[in-house]
Design a protein around this ligand. Structure first.
Ligand SMILES: [Zn+2]
Length: 312
């Protein structure tokens, strides 16, 4: 038996786990990020955290093969974190080298959405050995994406691949924080669902909702039969379905997984996306992906970070 450690570096917390070679989590824990301490201080505590995970799992550090890290920003193939919106002031950080120096094990660093996609592929909803091509869309306050092709993370030479939330699905659409207009994120994130409901309320739509409803409120109202809320969810699902069709045309994945807070709506969301996916898919031949809910939740990042250092 050999072990790997996965770390998921977030804006407020660093989650981590020590896993065996069949993805059993032997120990998991988290520490505060405190990005204001700067990369060097944070990396020192991350290295101590990795040591502590060995203690907590009662595993000899010599039995650990590698450490994987997911980071909240684009990574170049040379191991450079270009920037991270949730880590103020962090730009062009040679994290692979700088963090690696503090560790006794080899380290591999990737984007956190890529790590999460790998987690679902290695140990989550896409873990079936027959699946080698899968895509994860994470629908939270924003929309993240990760692509697994032939069992490997695909992120492109500049680390900018798999920014699926910023694929454009609407000409002259809503402006996005990234500088584009009409990004998928502006139609399918929790933020987008809340905004769309508010726009309709302000335009005078009749609804049981009022004020500033959250995405959760919108799904709740839909379940209770609210017409406006149902229309908002339908619209979100239709954009999601279009994104899934586009990804199918480009990558021909075996599975597309939906994760993140928005998927707490469960089958209310999944059934609609599947139906719209069929509706919008081409009919000239059969090339369809299974659409499923992701299964690892917030643990996907550190699990995938550990898994990607060894492969499936
Ligand atoms: Zn965008």
């Amino acid at each position: 038996m050999s072990y790997t450690i996965g770390l998921d570096l977030g804006g407020t917390a660093i989650k981590g786990g020590l896993l065996d070679d069949v993805a059993n989590v032997m120990a998991q824990d988290k520490i505060p990020t405190r990005p204001e301490e700067g990369p060097d201080g944070v990396f020192t505590r991350m290295a101590e955290f990795a040591d502590r995970l060995c203690d907590e799992a009662k595993i000899d550090p010599d039995e650990v093969r590698a450490v994987g890290v997911g980071v909240p920003g684009p990574m170049t193939t040379e191991g450079m974190l270009l920037y991270a919106p949730n880590l103020a002031g962090w730009r062009n950080i040679p994290i692979q080298k700088q963090f690696g120096r503090k560790l006794r094990w080899p380290v591999r660093v990737v984007n956190d959405a890529d790590a999460a996609a790998y987690g679902e592929y290695w140990a989550g909803a896409a873990r079936d050995q027959t699946i080698q091509y899968s895509i994860l869309l994470t629908l939270g306050t924003g929309v993240g994406g990760g692509i697994i092709l032939d069992g490997e993370i695909y992120s492109g030479p500049h680390g900018a691949g798999a920014e699926l939330g910023h694929t454009i699905v609407q000409l002259n659409g809503h402006p996005c924080g990234c500088g584009q207009r009409g990004c998928l994120e502006q139609y399918t994130s929790a933020t987008a669902i809340a905004k769309e409901a508010k726009r309709r309320l302000e335009a005078g739509a009749a609804s049981t909702l009022s004020g500033n409803p959250t995405a959760r409120d919108v799904f709740g109202a839909m379940e209770a039969g609210d017409k406006m809320a149902t229309e908002v969810v339908d619209l979100c699902c239709e954009y999601l379905a279009i994104a899934c069709v586009n990804m199918t045309r480009i990558f021909d994945p075996q599975m597309i997984l939906l994760g993140g807070g928005v998927t707490a709506a469960g089958s209310a969301l999944l059934d609609r996306v599947r139906a719209d996916y069929q509706k919008h898919s081409l009919t000239i031949y059969e090339a369809r992906a299974r659409i499923e809910l992701a299964s690892l939740g917030n643990d996907a990042g550190f699990i995938g970070a550990a898994g990607m250092t060894r492969g499936r």
